[in-house]
Write a protein that binds this ligand. Structure first.
Ligand code: PEP
Ligand code: MN
Length: 507
């Protein structure tokens, strides 16, 4: 058994509403308490709600909860510089701790994702070494901003622009998520959690999430949705729906605004085949109004004998084409490795129809916090489609574009059946932008433009279309590729259709 000290503040001049009680903070903080069921927990609080919750909940019988002394509440409110925490800890040590060498754990209740294993490991580090205390730290990396097209971008993300003089070593900073110390080290150090010889214990996301601002609280809530490992019932939020967020999401990806009345045209080859092929096609589509470039480096082919894509070399080519044309790029990722690699090369990750319900991939990609183009599974219902978006959002991803690309029906005249009806239905239900893919829905060249126009007419926020200048030689999906001159025609027609469809949105 280890003794754990926790304090929860409600009243604080320095940080008003610090613990978000009004938003449901009690539930969130109970997580921390429940997780510590194998420890002796002492909780000092000025919050009536927390105090009551501890009294009423039989699962919290391991928690000794007491009310904060009023002198400390006054000190909290009056003293701008230093709070009463060191004195509260000292009182706890004097009142409850006899053995001055016993490791004591102080846990920050605003770090609700700390794992018990981490805390136990920190304790054994202290017991097994000559450190007199352990304290949790995060790694931060500094970055320098450079101006590009009127915007500032961190140069760290573009290795080709790194300067030799730049320091990119990680820097540690104390995040206060937890401390381990003894009564002896605390008193010797003059009421200091950090002893004379501390061990700095690095923790990473989500364990280092510290709730200090409303945004942090919402991030934490989203993680809760997907984190059932402590046997606590998750609150379902349906983050992708209009019940959660009324206004349509409008966001930028690589300088291009998506959502609302901004309609995007994404064009490019189905697959990246070579530097020359991609550069040629990228140039053509850029010159006639595409806003974003597409191209697959990892192709999830139905047959294992078909061309599988160029992999990382394909990503390098896409990056070059993006730099040359100024178009941001979207590319499909098929597993964790490709996703991890792709974020350094492209502006948006595509999850294809075959992977729409690959939940472990969705969770992983969600955590990368990179924009995602999520294609509808070819037999997915609207609810299943939005639940897949939910996986991404619950894991932290906010910029998601939904894409209808045709579903499987009994017909043979098209490769898939474009489900026009899902466009208004999605717009009704969800705040996320929705685009259509007329190439993969129709599967055949003559049908692509009509499909594209139909999708825009139904109110889609854009299209993603396959273009190839030598469709007969294409290594993938040549039959459905538009030639550059056909694409030029489509781009012109689309302009008219978009202005008509935008009128419909204002009805
Ligand atoms: C693609 O866009 O290249 C693709 C494979 O699409 P889907 O996942 O819709 O078949
Ligand atoms: Mn394709």
């Amino acid at each position: 058994m280890m003794k754990v000290f926790i304090h929860v503040k409600e009243k604080s001049e320095r940080l008003p509403n610090k613990n978000f009680m009004q938003l449901g903070g009690v539930e969130l903080y109970k997580r921390t308490l429940l997780k510590l069921k194998d420890f002796d927990v002492y909780l000092d609080t000025d919050s009536d709600q927390i105090f009551q919750a501890c009294r009423d909940d039989i699962n919290l019988s391991h928690v000794t909860c007491y009310r904060r002394k009023s002198k400390y509440i006054d000190m909290e409110i009056e003293n701008e510089e230093a709070g009463p925490t060191p004195l509260m800890i000292r009182d706890f040590l004097d009142d409850y701790v006899e053995d001055e060498n016993e490791p004591i754990l102080l846990v920050h209740v605003t770090s609700p994702f700390l794992k018990v294993e981490t805390l136990l490991e920190a304790r054994s580090i202290m017991l097994g070494t000559d450190h007199d205390s352990v304290c949790s730290v995060s790694e931060i990396r500094t970055f320098t901003l450079v101006k590009k097209d009127d915007k500032y971008e961190p140069i760290n993300f573009d290795p080709s622009r790194l300067q030799k003089t730049q320091r990119l070593d990680p820097i540690l900073h104390i995040n206060s998520a937890f401390f381990v110390f003894t009564k002896k080290s605390y008193i010797n150090g003059g009421n200091n959690r950090l002893g004379k010889n501390p061990y700095y214990y690095p923790i990473i996301f989500p364990e280092d999430v510290d709730i200090n601002y409303p945004d942090d609280f919402y991030t934490a809530e989203r993680i809760v949705v997907n984190d059932n490992d402590n046997g606590i019932r998750a609150t379902e939020r349906n983050l992708s729906t209009k019940e959660y967020k009324k206004e349509d999401s409008i966001f930028e990806i690589g300088g291009v605004s998506i959502g609302g009345t901004n309609k995007i045209i994404i064009a490019g080859p189905c697959a990246v085949e070579s530097m020359e092929q991609t550069m040629r096609i990228a140039d053509r589509v850029a010159s006639v109004g595409a806003n974003m470039l597409r191209g697959g480096a990892y192709k999830p082919r139905t047959s294992p004998y078909s061309f599988q894509g160029l992999g990382e070399r394909g990503l390098e080519i896409l990056k070059k084409a993006s730099t040359a044309t100024g178009l941001p790029v979207v590319t499909e990722v098929v597993d964790r490795e490709s996703a991890k690699l792709a974020i350094d090369y492209v502006d948006m990750l595509q999850i294809g129809t075959r992977n729409m319900q690959n939940f472990s991939l969705l969770k992983f990609v969600g955590k990368l916090n990179h924009p995602v183009l999520l294609k509808r599974g070819f037999s997915a219902t609207l609810e299943e489609f939005l639940m897949s978006a939910e996986y991404l959002m619950a894991n932290g991803c906010e910029k998601i574009v939904l894409c209808e690309r045709g579903i499987r029906t009994f017909v043979r005249h098209t490769r898939n059946t474009l489900d026009i009806g899902i466009i208004p239905a999605l717009k009704q239900k969800s705040h996320l932008p929705v685009i259509i893919d007329p190439s993969h829905s129709s599967g055949i060249n003559y049908s692509v433009i009509p499909h594209a126009m139909a999708g825009l007419a139904a109110g889609a926020h854009g299209i993603i279309v396959d273009v190839h200048d030598k469709p007969n030689e294409a290594l993938c999906d040549g039959a459905q590729a538009l030639t550059p001159s056909q694409f030029t025609k489509l781009a012109h027609l689309a302009e008219d259709m978009i202005s008509l469809a935008n009128k419909m949105d204002s009805i």
